[in-house]
Design a binder for this molecule. Sequence first.
Ligand code: MSP
Length: 659
Amino acid sequence: MEKKNFYITTPIYYPSGNWHIGTCYTTVVCDAIARFKRMSGYDVFFLTGTDEHGQKIEEKAKEQGKTPIEFIDPIVDGLKAIWAKLGISYDRFIRTTDADHIKCVQKIFKTLYEKGDIYKSEYEGWYCTPCESFWTEGQLKDGKCPDCGREVHLEKEESYFFRLSKYADRLRKLFNDNPEFLQPKSRVNEMINNFIDAGLQDLCVSRTSIKWGIPVDFDPNHVVYVWVDALPNYISALGYGAEDSSLFDKFWPCDLHMTGKEIVRFHTLIWPAILMALDLPVPKRVYGHGWLLIGGDKLSKSKGDKISTELTDPNEIIERYGSDALRYFLLREIPFGNDGIYTNEILLHRINSDLANDLGNLVSRTTAMINQYFGGILPSPIEAGEFDDDLINIAKNAYKNASLAIDEINVPKALGEIFKLIGRANKYIDETTPWILAKDESKKARLGTVLYNLAESIRISATLLLPFIPNAPVKILKCFGIDAEKLLNFDSVETFGVLKAGISVEKCAPIFPRIDVKKELKEIDDMMIKRHKEKEKELKKMANNTVIEEKAPEITIDDFAKVELKVAKVLTCEEVKGSKKLLKLTLSLGDEERTVASGIKEYYKCEDLVGKKVVLVSNLKKAKLCGVESQGMILCAEKDGKVVIVSPSQDMPEGSIVR
Ligand code: MSP
């Protein structure tokens, strides 16, 4: 029988340099679906990659004194390394800087120009001269450049435009005739009402003010602008328009474009219109998923340095808990189509409750009992009993139900179907109480059946879990003598009774050790707070250096006269509790005493200070530092991290004026 094809894509990622767990969401979901479809007998092509052109990249590279490619390459390598850790089984990783993509985009641009769907006109926008950037009215901040805050002015730039407006009726028809085209359905109205009905504007598709892009080959002053460069990756990756277009012929139209909700508009309006203009079929389905939120904010590139103790670096989460745990969290916790929330606590509870408890305990209890009661040899199912049918039914239907959920693109629901079997099997242990059966020799046949049924339930659930968490099921199945690397399809999951009685069953070690959540959270909090403090210190140090290096503004003698400086003698000194930096000094000014909190603990011991003459800024406004009221400030000299107290070069009476 000929295999059915399935083409699935993620959006291509901007190499901004800050990969976080939100970035992983779309790709992990696509990977689970791609793996599930492969095991269901489909010939799958799974595409992901990076979107590397544009002004932002050009600017960031410049800031670092690099060429755009020198800037991008290590970031892309970082993403590929994360995909490797997460076991992302893509068939191609496309980069929009790949030669075949560039050629394809140029060809598409020319074809559309020749057909009259792309035309030359003028783009009018707000231009910031120092930034060399165009902004739309909506992008301005208080009428000024959102990047540098300077004045902008209206300017025109010669540009090519795509006739998006021409396709409004066909797009409306696309939505009306194909209720499956965009999902979740809730997003359809927004596209029709807010965009199509509001009037589609032709789209600016080239720029002369940006250099980092694909040149329009017949007019090289222009580079292709953003979406007409990015969206065609879905067909350039398959060799559209190239000498060998066999992949394109086989896989296009795409079965599923998975995208975040903020870019649904580009995938369901602009992209189909470009395809219509090229006389190509439109994608079968676009799914707009929700965002992973942290503390109510989308995890985004620009908020990467937000103060928070949540772990957001996928590398770090994988290192601590393994890639299956991160994949499981992303696939299970976020209600599909809606936003979901990440906190360390939610992640840890998910690991404990589903993976360590439900799955882990089922496997360790079952394999331990087979070893304890049957010497590690799988018994035969010879004596059926109460509860068996229910368990067996759920096991036999798990694949069908999970598969239906995958076709609805509801990944958490698919996992829920598999965990229904795991939950049922755990309940079956409580119902059949094998440890009681084991006490009675006459119940040995029943005990054997119970354990056999449990082993089969584990085999089916572990096999079904392979697309979602590719590592743990391999270890589980190995305990039952199954080499999961060779398990390339789901052929065995709808039959109950595949495991042969008499095979050896290993006692499975806990696959997901239980985490002490309270202890772990404390450890993460401490670590993250320490990290933030170090970062702050670093920033402060940098800021201080800048201040020192910068010339102070000129002041008049009158300005200086406002500062009262007096010689003072240190009478007592003690450390300020809870502060790493402060010492509490009592100073004598001759006719009065002052208390001063001074940040010199790193440089002086108390015994070296008592009796010393110092210079005090004596008319400084009082301030409370770590609970100490500081009535002035002593002067220090500082350079390259060295700090020394300023003292009169000869002994002078306390209270002497310094000028
Ligand atoms: N380059 C464009 C896409 C072009 S497709 C032809 C882009 N790139 S992106 O890097 O900003 O986003 C890539 C994908 O990651 C999007 O689907 C986006 O929604 C997703 N996510 C980025 N942060 C996310 C979360 N915090 N949560 C879930 N997904 C998020 O857009």
